[in-house]
Ligand binder design. Structure first.
Ligand SMILES: Cc1ncc(COP(=O)(O)O)c(C=O)c1O
Length: 403
């Protein structure tokens, strides 16, 4: 008997395998096609419609002109590694050695995938929250490990009891994403402490996806897992310049942690891309010294969040106001019921025609048929990382749902 090819396991883990064995496209691609076809405003995909700071773009151009066009060192250019270490010290008081404890990667995606491939394999279990970012599930499937998702509570917080119940002798890695995509939940120190205690008990490594670290609002605080007592030695921290500086296409990300874990990840990562972005890395090194640009972005995103949340509420959605990220999760149960639909997926397919707006169903971030997918079946994720005039237009259109 032949085994299921790994790519099919990846497709299955990310909900792309149809019952007839065919492979579908991601919900983001599907909804983007829908937006383009109907002229609807695409609040499904989370990328900014305004680029990051000009001086950072100029620095990349200057780096190209200065001849930084060949392979960068596999670990990343020294000034970027130093800038990452400085950033972690300045913001969080973390002591990181730029030479042995930092890797520059092709976005956070490569850091996460390389870490999961390096540290897990068949028989190992990887805990994540549920809903989860799709590449997390894909990487676990690539590694041949078992994904153990832990559903968030109804108010989208960590469920400490479910977390404990998911842990076994085979738990190798606990993957935590805070601020969390798709819910916008920012885990509190107390919630992170629950994860940390479990990781210590089970001798598991914690892999944290902190790509939205600077996009937190109101009185929420981003607490890096590595700052908790005893956690620096068992935590791999992943982040990226894409969200912080609105330069998602440059794919300059990084990972840091104890030298022996970083060595493990480097061993795998060097045979993935080896390196990328020679001219972008020095520009991001410059950006990382800038604490003002992320603060300004966060303040403007908080206002845009309020605009969209108020509009969604006025349009009959139930909203859990997010404390971080680019996203708000809105409950479309009233519309699903009123229109005789079965779930948010059907609502999302109808939204362009009903309201000229596109969102994505939150269940797409869950395992197909899971209890979390069921609990979140009427929820839709919308992004607010669009210009205020675009959001005002979207809110105006959404009002049509009430007519
Ligand atoms: C939670 C999360 N992790 C990782 C990524 C990917 O980051 P990058 O573009 O740096 O690979 C994203 C992008 O949307 C994300 O939302």
């Amino acid at each position: 008997m032949t085994s299921t090819p790994r790519w099919r396991q990846v497709a299955d883990a990310t909900g792309l395998l149809a019952p007839d064995g065919g492979v579908g496209q991601t919900i983001f691609a599907e909804m983007t096609v829908l937006a383009n076809r109907t002229g609807a405003i695409n609040l499904g995909q989370g990328f900014p419609d305004v680029d990051g700071p000009d001086y950072v773009k100029e620095a990349a151009k200057a780096a190209i002109d200065a001849g930084r066009n060949q392979y960068a060192p596999g670990d990343g250019v020294p000034e970027l590694r130093r800038a990452i270490a400085d950033h972690q010290r300045r913001h969080y008081g973390l002591d990181v050695d730029p030479d042995t404890e930092v890797l520059a990667t092709t976005g956070a995606t490569e850091a996460l995938t390389a870490a999961i491939l390096a540290l897990t394999g068949p028989g190992d279990e990887v805990i994540t929250l549920e809903p989860f970012y799709d590449s997390h599930a894909a990487a676990v499937a690539m590694a041949g490990a078992t994904h153990a998702p832990v559903p968030l509570t109804a108010d989208l917080r960590l469920d400490a009891i479910a977390l404990r119940a998911a842990a076994t002798d085979r738990t190798r890695l606990i993957l935590v994403n805070t601020p969390h995509n798709p819910t916008g939940t920012v885990l509190t120190r107390a919630e992170l402490e629950q994860v940390a205690a479990l990781a210590r008990e089970r001798d598991a490594v914690v892999l944290t996806d902190e790509v939205y670290e600077h996009l937190v609002y109101d009185d929420a605080e981003h607490v890096p897992m590595a700052t908790l007592p005893g956690m620096a030695e068992r935590t791999l921290t992943v982040s990226s310049s894409g969200k912080t500086f609105s330069l998602t296409g440059w794919k300059v990300g990084w990972l840091h942690g104890p030298a022996e874990l970083v060595t493990a990840v480097r061993t795998v990562k060097q045979f993935m891309t080896y390196t990328s972005g020679s001219a972008f890395q020095p520009a991001i090194a410059l950006a990382l010294a800038d604490d003002e640009a992320p603060r300004v972005l966060a303040a403007s995103l908080a206002a845009r969040r309020d605009l969209l949340c108020e509009g969604l509420e006025a349009a009959g959605f139930g909203v859990v106001v997010p404390q971080g990220t680019y996203f708000v999760v809105a409950d479309g149960a009233a519309h699903v019921e009123r229109l005789g639909l079965s779930d948010a997926r059907e609502l999302c397919l109808r939204l362009p025609e009903l309201a000229g707006v596109v969102g994505v169903p939150v269940a797409a971030f869950c395992r197909q048929g899971s209890t979390a997918a069921d609990a979140l079946r009427s929820r839709v994720r919308f992004t607010f990382v669009k210009r205020p005039e675009v959001l005002r237009d979207a809110v105006g259109r959404l009002a049509a749902l009430n007519r």
